[in-house]
Design a protein. Structure first.
Length: 378
């Protein structure tokens, strides 16, 4: 009986603790009035007659309302440029609490008319948009790229607050085009007819990267043809040229190994018993390496001053390999792997155009990473 009594007491105590948590009482004691209201509302939606939740809601709501109104008045008298966004936030929280209470019939018995500040919220949004707009105009009037970026973001926030505020869309466009860096990318010149197609393919990869670049909205890349057609006056010119490249340097190495293996059956006696002996062979292993490499120069220059803003070299190497073998003597002296090599024949290497493309692959990766890093932080 004692155990049953203890169990009942434990269950009662647990429910009491859980009930205290979910009614918002703890949040109220900590001064988190909004959270206390929301928890009490949630409790009353499931248990409309919960007396503790009703009491907590009434007290917490009054405190929450007064706390938000106090912060609103304090914000209004400050010199903070963006004070109206703080005012707007507090009005939004008050209205949110009212919405929650209005969705709970039991809650309306203790808070029958929760306050809503619709007009005041609209006014604070308008005032917040006005402050951002005026800030954007000041940045725009500074007439430099960095300030234009700040102006763009200010006008962007104005649109979020008041989509059709004055001429904000036009001002946002003005700020963008003042902030943007226009980069004309000159085509790569490959001084060889043999590698023209490979060079064109490498160029297409770079053009694809430039056209898909979106990490920094204030950087736009143009080909020379696009710039000419659109009459673009660039801010910078990016040129790419191979300082040097070598395709198809061939090296063939031969390594000779003298092999022998003992205890190999080399015959039989008249009684058909195996005769063991030593077998020998000479193995010649051939290894062919075809090396291709190049060095790409990237130069970024300021269009007006013609000064170099950034210059970097990108090396790339590709080595194509092949191996095979031949032997003289008894093949039983060879291992399985060595014997397999002797059955392999010399492979025809890739054409020069393919070798050219292979050594440009590491160059391309390093190049686009460097360009991304430079312009992401531009």
């Amino acid at each position: 009986m004692k155990n049953i009594s203890r169990l009942r007491y434990f269950i009662y105590l647990s429910l009491t603790i859980i009930g205290g948590c979910t009614t918002g009482k703890k949040a109220l004691q900590k001064g988190d009035y909004d959270a206390s209201v929301l928890k009490a509302v949630s409790r009353l939606q499931n248990s409309p007659k919960n007396s503790e939740a009703l009491s907590v809601l009434q007290t917490a709501y009054n405190y929450a309302l007064q706390d938000h109104l106090r912060r609103i008045e304090e914000s209004k008298v400050t010199n903070d440029l963006y004070k109206w966004e703080g005012v707007m936030y507090d009005y939004q929280k008050i209205n949110q609490l009212a919405e929650e209470i209005n969705s709970c019939p039991a809650c309306l018995t203790v808070v029958p008319n929760p306050s809503k500040y619709i007009k005041e919220l609209d006014e604070s949004k308008y005032n917040a948009a006005t402050a951002r707009y005026n800030s954007g105009i000041q940045y725009l009037n500074a007439n430099n790229r960095q300030s234009a970026k700040k102006a763009y973001y200010e006008f962007e926030k104005v649109q979020n607050l008041q989509a059709n505020y004055k001429d904000v869309k036009a001002k946002m466009d003005d700020a963008y085009w003042m902030a943007v860096t226009r980069v004309v990318v000159q085509p790569i010149f490959v001084n060889s007819r043999l590698y023209k197609l490979s060079g064109d393919y490498f160029q297409q990869q770079i053009d694809g990267f430039m056209s898909d670049y979106s990490r920094n909205k204030f950087v736009l890349f143009y080909s020379e043809q696009q710039a000419s057609k659109q009459k673009i006056v660039p801010d910078q010119v990016l040129s790419l040229n191979f300082d040097d490249f070598i395709v198809g340097q061939t090296y063939v190495k031969e390594r000779v190994e003298r092999l022998k293996r003992d205890s190999v059956v080399i015959g039989e006696t008249r009684e058909r018993k195996p005769i063991y002996g030593t077998v020998k062979a000479t193995l010649s292993i051939f290894e062919k390496n075809i090396s291709s490499s190049g060095l790409l120069d990237m130069t970024i220059s300021d269009w007006q001053s013609k000064k170099i803003v950034r210059q970097q070299k990108f090396p790339g190497t590709y080595i194509w390999t092949d191996s095979w073998a031949s032997y003289k003597g008894d093949d039983r002296a060879l291992s399985k792997q060595q014997l397999a090599m002797t059955k392999r024949r010399e492979v025809v290497p890739p054409p020069p155009e393919a070798l050219f493309l292979e050594f440009t692959k590491p160059i391309y990766n390093d190049l686009v990473n460097s360009i991304s890093y430079f312009y992401n932080n531009h």
